[in-house]
Design a protein around this ligand. Structure first.
Ligand code: CTP
Length: 401
């Protein structure tokens, strides 16, 4: 799967830099072409001569070649690569990447990168556990980068035993895995709804919910990484939620009605729709044109039902189209989810229970049960990016059947 792949390998100033040699060896053995970009601190740990001997290419570390003064184009590297791997990635480089501090060739290359980026952090546990490092990693993950960690192969929610760089063979396995899945949804059109909806009460107030949109964004990234063309329709989410993947086309909406209209327009040409949004079931009957004033002891806001996007798409669904719903239940989870599966004409439903710690709204992890008409599969608590993989694997099975 790595045969002919072009990998930019970023090396930074960590003692784990010697392991980069093992990564290069394994990549080259599998037929990949490797271009090393090293930071000034990285060169303190490993010499460019070793690296260029292993890759059969000059190592890039400065903006200009010391030999003849020619400019190294980070833009060209960004276009050349099929993937960028930063291993080891120090706290400093991770911080610079998260904030766009482009003061060396590695960061400028990262900022110009058009291919998926994999990051293998390496530092001591205290640095790793610091909220600033954790926040930077979450930021990078929200930008669609893949974080590779020891033991899990992905950004885990627990910190025990973390900080150490993942072993070279596991890092290479993550890349192989990525490329082998890259084409499984090639050309398929997928509609994904994500986030909350806001239902206006007056110019400054709304009815909303705690949905962050993270699960829907993780699904959009996963489908895009597998080659699908994704239409992401999302409600109001944090500005840190970005969708840089070129296969993702994003439509931002606010209310359930707007989300409904976007979905009605898009669904007919879709192969698949995953309805992950937490849509408000009701909306105020009237929206006050001026800010409502405090009067009397009580306040009553009359609500009317919103369209049920899922049920409407379930009715429109044609042969060959697949519809996946989510359910967040607080009691009688499985039987409630099974009822929704029938009512909304879903092909399967992803159940997350609020009774499970770490699952549901505003968390980076989720614990799901997938329910089909002929059974259920339970999964363990995982980062949402991994939950997205489980869901799409199951989907590919159902669609392939
Ligand atoms: N959904 C939707 N449009 C709505 C309400 C829900 O598309 N107006 C979708 C959600 O995106 C999710 C599924 O329907 O995929 C289940 O949502 P949920 O709110 O749990 O179901 P409801 O039908 O609202 O049932 P209830 O509130 O009675 O639990």
């Amino acid at each position: 799967m790595l045969q002919g792949k072009k990998i930019v390998l970023g090396i930074t100033g960590s003692i784990a830099a010697y392991k980069s040699c093992l990564i290069i060896r394994q990549l080259v053995k599998r037929g990949a072409e490797v271009q090393v970009v090293i930071t000034p601190a990285g060169k303190e740990f490993i010499t460019p001569i070793t690296l260029s001997a292993l890759t059969s290419k000059p190592v890039i570390s400065e903006f200009f070649s010391q030999r003849d003064g020619t400019w190294h184009s980070h833009v060209d590297l960004g276009l050349w690569a099929d993937a960028m791997l930063i291993a080891p990635a120090t706290a400093s480089t991770i911080g610079k990447m998260a904030h766009g501090v482009a003061d060396n060739m590695l960061i400028t290359t990262y900022l110009s990168m058009k291919a998926p980026v994999f990051i293998a952090p390496a530092m001591d546990l205290d640095m790793y556990a610091h909220p600033s490092t954790q926040q930077n990693l979450r930021t990078l993950q929200a930008y669609g980068n893949h974080i590779i960690e020891p033991g899990t192969g992905f950004l885990a929610s627990k910190l025990e035993g973390k900080g150490r760089m993942e072993e070279p063979e596991n890092i290479v396995a993550v890349l192989e895995d990525f490329f082998s899945q890259q084409t499984s949804m090639a050309g398929q059109k997928v509609l994904i709804t994500a986030g909350p909806t806001y239902e206006k009460i007056d110019p400054v107030r709304f009815i909303g919910n705690y949905s962050s949109g993270k699960m829907g964004f993780a699904l959009a990234n996963e489908c895009a990484n597998r080659g699908a063309q994704v239409e992401l329709v999302c409600g109001p989410v944090s500005s840190s939620m970005q969708t840089p993947h070129p296969n993702i086309h994003r439509t931002d909406v606010e209310s359930a009605q707007e989300m409904y209209e976007a979905c009605q327009r898009l669904f007919p040409s879709m192969k698949l729709a995953i309805l992950c949004a937490a849509v408000a079931d009701f909306t105020p009957v009237t929206v006050a044109s001026e800010k409502m004033k405090r009067t009397g002891d009580e306040m009553v806001i009359r609500l009317k039902p919103n369209p049920d996007i899922a049920a409407s798409l379930g009715e429109m669904k044609k042969e060959g189209q697949t519809l996946v719903g989510f359910a967040l239940e607080t009691n009688d989870e499985v039987s409630n989810a099974q009822a929704k599966l029938k009512k909304k004409n879903f092909d399967f439903i992803v159940l997350n229970s609020l009774n499970d710690a770490g699952a549901g709204f505003r968390t980076d992890t989720n614990k799901i049960t997938i329910i089909t008409s002929n059974g259920k599969t339970e999964y363990s608590l995982k980062p949402k990016s991994e939950v997205a993989k489980d869901i799409i694997n199951q989907l590919e099975e159902v669609m392939g059947a």
